[in-house]
Design a protein around this ligand. Structure first.
Ligand SMILES: [Zn+2]
Length: 306
């Protein structure tokens, strides 16, 4: 492991200090630093036998909504054990900068918010939220039970966001129940759930607006990205004067287009990634490192001591 490039760290600190609108695009790399299992990391056991391509689709949900719902409960249970890392926390601290700080993320794990960030645009949705599968326009629910070991000052924010109506409570209760079963029984949990724990009649929970099943508010294979989030991401990228690309190889649309758009409008491009990416040649500053060491060094230089 090489030491950090101090000059690059200093340059990024100065750029952030002087920026009127800094924006970051983040991807799987920053989640991996927190131990989030990637789709390809070869899970074992009952749940690991399923390929994400087979369950994270609208077709799979239509065919077996209980199985898909429980698979997501299993993933939420896995994520609940993880904590945001120094990279997440540094970017949360950057919100105190004169120009503020906004994160556009391809990750669905909620770790930016758990690290204290408030300005987060999730272009692939969030595993911590559910919505009506029939898109009837009923509200989106945030599963506050998706509790990372997050920072205390963020607890109050979560409490404010917390849904208090009865149907939301039913979702939270069933999610807790599934998560508990999965944590206790692992592989056997699905059999328990489907064969008579009494959950099968209640899961997935139903939309209070139209009675259709609720579903995870994530983008499934073959689905469109959420238009509002994508539009906001493009608007921000067009107006940003500093654009950080963190932990993503940014080859997939729309992520790939965002740094391009920002650079065309004159933003300074910074890449923070352990490996070279297709964007590296276009970047004005590169820090060849994981986001945790790089961004915490930047935060410390800015006196934000993340
Ligand atoms: Zn509905």
């Amino acid at each position: 492991m090489h030491g950090l490039d101090d000059q690059a760290v200093a340059r990024v600190s100065e750029l952030l200090k002087g920026s009127t609108q800094p924006v970051a695009l983040t991807g799987a790399g920053i989640s991996a630093e927190s131990g989030v299992p990637t789709f390809r990391s070869g899970e074992s056991g009952f749940w690991g036998r399923f390929r994400p391509e087979d369950l994270a689709t609208p077709e799979a949900f239509a065919a077996d909504p209980l199985l898909v719902w429980c698979w997501y409960a299993w993933r939420r249970a896995q994520l609940a054990e993880l904590s945001p890392n120094d990279g997440h926390r540094a970017m949360a601290a950057f919100e105190q900068l004169p120009g503020g700080f906004t994160v556009i993320t391809q990750n669905v794990d909620g770790l930016h918010q758990a690290g204290g960030s408030h300005n987060v645009i999730e272009v692939h949705g969030s595993i911590a939220a559910v919505r009506c599968s029939a898109d009837c326009g009923a509200r989106r629910y945030l599963l506050h039970e998706h509790n990372h070991k997050h920072d205390h000052n963020h607890d109050r924010e979560r409490d404010r966001e917390r849904d208090r109506d009865a149907s939301a409570e039913a979702v939270f209760a069933s999610d807790r129940e599934v998560a508990r079963l999965v944590a206790e029984q692992g592989d056997a949990a699905f059999a328990t759930i489907s064969e008579g724990s009494g959950l099968s009649g209640r899961l997935p929970p139903q939309c209070s607006g139209c009675g259709a099943y609720l579903r995870p508010d994530v983008v499934w294979f073959g689905e469109q990205l959420p238009l509002e989030a994508v539009n906001r991401a493009f608007e921000l990228s067009e107006s940003a004067d500093l654009f950080l690309v963190v932990g993503t190889s940014s080859v997939v649309y729309p992520a790939a287009a965002l740094p391009e758009v920002a650079a065309e409008r004159g933003a300074v491009l910074v890449e923070i990634n352990p490996e070279p990416t297709p964007l590296s040649d276009r970047a004005d500053v590169v820090i060849r490192s994981g986001s945790g060491p790089a961004l915490s060094a930047v935060a410390q230089r800015l006196g934000l001591g993340a």
